[in-house]
Design a protein around this ligand. Sequence first.
Ligand SMILES: N[C@@H](CCC(=O)N[C@@H](CS)C(=O)NCC(=O)O)C(=O)O
Length: 239
Amino acid sequence: MIKLHQFARTWGIPNLSQFCVKLETYLRMTKLPYEIVETLPLKAPRGKLPYIEDNGNKLADSRLILNYLKSTYGNSLDMHLTPEQQGIATAFQRLLEEHLYWIGMVSRWNYTEDNWQTNKQAIFGVLPPVIRDVAASLYRIRIKSQIKGHGIGRLTHKEIFELGKEDIDSLAHFLGSKSYFMGDKPSSLDASAYGILINTLGCPIESPIKDYARQQTNLLQYCQRMQAEFFPELSWASN
Ligand SMILES: N[C@@H](CCC(=O)N[C@@H](CS)C(=O)NCC(=O)O)C(=O)O
């Protein structure tokens, strides 16, 4: 059985990591059996979560993992997409994972003290008290440098959240009144979209981007539908 290595569940959502939600959602959408191993990124093959073990292979990076799962177990979710639709899905996936994701990272690691404390407790609360604060502070330096390296960390918070609103607008407009991002059937893009969106509007990290995303009724309802369909055992503060 596939072993899914990811952070412990918290906040009433599948995971505090956007990419762990993405992968677990994909596994549930495709009904592939898996078991969860709770861990931190320190032991991960590429230093990041999630990663999987399957038939003796260790694979990291959700994009490469999805490619592996599709080639090994079939691509049932995306078969109905035309090449044009697949192109659009890939472009939106990149918007979510390579841009909006980083705005979430700023909100958690480099915005308010309250957000940092909430984030710190969710990730490092599993560690013994004596090493928790040191590990969290060292990790914070590492993530802040990633945020700066990405480039988004060189902008002001006002500029960052304005760019985030553009992402939210494009997602809200593209989803429109559809059930899923690519139409009336779920596709891999929904795993990614739900992973980033639930971690934007459905977690206790406060920011102008969370407020703005929650005002987009179709995005809020989409997250409620996705969670009810694929993670009915969990409940988050969606009202
Ligand atoms: N491109 C990777 C991104 C994974 C990623 O950024 N994971 C974060 C958690 S959301 C992580 O483990 N970060 C730890 C670190 O960068 O030290 C994927 O698709 O899996």
